[in-house]
Each structure stands twice: as C-alpha cells, then as structure tokens.
Design a protein around this ligand. Structure first.
Ligand code: NAP
Length: 280
C-alpha cells in the first residue's frame, strides 16, 4: 500500500474505503469485507450515521488499532466549539476508540472556526492524530489556513476525472495540505463507468474503467476512498498498484476535466442556503 506523509509527519494510506450511503445495518459487514480485502483506511462521518458499524467491524477484525487509519468528520449541526467538542467525544465512543487518525470539518458553513478550535484541542489532547477540512474551496481554505493554529493536514473535496481540482491542488500544495478525493467515480455520473477514453486506456493493461480512474488520481498524488458494498468491486478497486499509466495516458485522461462539479457547487447561493437550513 502506498502511503502519503501528511504535513505533521503522520502517514496515511493513499487508498482507503468510504462508507457514505452505506446504511447502518450493512456497514459492519461492508467494512469487515473491506478489511479482509486489505483496506487499512476507512472514511466515515457523523452525518453518515454508521460510525458504530465501522467501530464494530474494526473490533471484530482483531487488527491492532495502529494498523487501521480511521477518519471521521464533524457535521454542520455540531458546528461551534462546544457542540463540536461534545460531538468528537460521541464519535470516538461510537467508533470504540480513543482517537481517530484524521478528523475533518465536513462542510465549510456555520461556526466552522469554532469547530476547528475544538478540533485543534482534540488534536492536542491526542484524540486525533491529524486534523483537516472537507469541501473547502480555495477561498475558504486560504482564509482558514491563515487564521488557525494548526494548518489543515487534508482537504477532502470532490475529485475525479471530470473534476480534477487542478487549481485547488496548486493552492493546497502551497500550504502542505494533502488533497483527498471524495466521489472518485463521481458516483457513476457523467457516464463514468462507460467512458471510452478510460475504457480504451485500461484495456491496454487489462484494467477496468474504475481501476483506470483510480490509478489516474493516485498518480496525481490524490488520496482516494472509493465506496462499494460489493466485495468483488472492493477487490477491483484495491488492485491498482500493479500497473502504471504513461505520460500520454495521463494527458488523455487529464483532457476529460470539465473543472466543474458533477454534483453541486459550494459557490452556488441556492446550495449554500440549503446548507443554512441544516446549520441553523
Ligand atoms: P464513489 O466512490 O465515486 O462511487 C460509489 C459508487 O460507485 C457506488 O454506486 C458503487 O456501487 C459504485 N462502484 C464502486 N466501485 C465500482 C466498480 N469497480 N465498478 C462499478 N461501480 C462501482 O462515491 P462516494 O461514495 O460518494 O465517494 C467515496 C467516499 O467519499 C464516500 O463513501 C465517503 O466516504 C466520501 N465522501 C465524502 C463526501 C464529503 O462531503 N466529504 C461526499 C461524498 C463522499 P456499489 O456500492 O453498489 O458497488
């Protein structure tokens, strides 16, 4: 497994397993399967309602705690210093652990400065080995990174072949912040799994569209956390370290970038107002 080294020296697997939209009842089975396949990084969040399933799967796996990299995220309804601090303790309890490896602010809305202060305190108290953010577009990221005490180790943002985040990645690298992809397959949007460019390039190496899409991100230095509830797809998505895309392959896939979200933009006022209904 490839690791990246975060800005505080902590090592993070470059490939992990995400559990967004995995229902609470199925999470323990899915995470257990993922651990058996070989995944050693699991991405959950308070908002997913499945932290307990992740914790149960880890406990049953028998893996020493330091062999699993656990990420969770503070949800917008827990924004603000006090509420965030209490929610972090609740997350640790649900995950059956004393610390997470990575703790992120899920969305850049509400009193996220207060949330971040609670996360800095959690970091100092040993409850998180690294802290960072998610869905912070360059404007809000630059602002927070300049007025916090601990520069975010990671920014988890929508990143896939159609939204490659080239500008964001340049900004993040100036702060030593690792980019992490959510939605590495764009959840199948834009015809991702039937994309002819990815299919043709992958075929040269006996690899699928999914493997080619992930490999492109890996070679661009992005951390990926693909989700699947199917064990054969977990295996497929895991087997991406035994081939290498050429410069020409990388250029052809780079040209698929639309530099636009396949979901929604955090710059769109309607989207932001929808988030406000959660934050209040
Ligand atoms: P994704 O990984 O881009 O796509 C998941 C979809 O692709 C599922 O429908 C899955 O179906 C399918 N799939 C997976 N592997 C496949 C394969 N090899 N062939 C064909 N289909 C395949 O989407 P995501 O779950 O949204 O993103 C990944 C993780 O990022 C999440 O689980 C979560 O941890 C994180 N995330 C974070 C945020 C945030 O705001 N920070 C937002 C979204 C996601 P099956 O499950 O049926 O196999």
């Amino acid at each position: 497994m490839n690791n990246v080294t975060l800005n505080n020296g902590v090592k993070m697997p470059q490939l992990g397993y995400g559990v967004y939209q995995v229902n609470a009842a199925e999470t323990e089975r899915c995470v257990s399967d993922a651990i058996r396949v070989g995944y050693r990084s699991i991405d959950t969040a308070q908002a997913y309602g499945n932290e307990a399933g992740v914790g149960a799967a880890w406990r049953k796996s028998g893996l020493p705690r330091d062999e699993l990299f656990l990420t969770t995220k503070v949800w917008i309804t827990n924004a603000g210093e006090e509420k965030a601090a209490a929610s972090i303790d609740a997350s640790l309890k649900a995950l059956q652990t004393d610390y997470v490896d990575l703790l992120l602010i899920h969305q850049p809305f509400g009193d996220y400065y207060g949330t971040y202060r609670a996360m800095e305190a959690a970091y100092r108290a040993g409850k998180a080995r690294a802290i960072g953010v998610s869905n912070f577009y360059p404007d809000r990221f630059i602002d927070l990174a300049n007025f916090c005490q601990i520069v975010p180790a990671v920014n988890q943002v929508e990143t896939h072949v159609f939204q490659q985040q080239k500008t964001a990645q340049k900004v993040l690298s100036r702060y030593g912040t690792q980019i992490e992809s959510w939605g590495p397959f764009a959840e199948g949007r834009n015809g991702m799994f039937a994309n002819p460019v990815l299919r043709e390039i992958g075929a040269k190496y006996g690899k699928s569209v999914a493997q080619t899409a992930l490999r492109f991100l890996i070679q661009n230095g992005v951390v990926v956390i693909p989700k699947s509830t199917h064990v054969e797809r977990m295996e497929e998505n895991f087997n991406i370290f035994d081939f290498e895309l050429t410069d020409a392959d990388m250029a052809a896939i780079s040209a698929l970038d639309t530099a636009e979200s396949a979901f929604f933009s955090h710059y769109d006022p309607d989207t932001v107002e929808w988030f406000m209904t959660l934050a209040k």
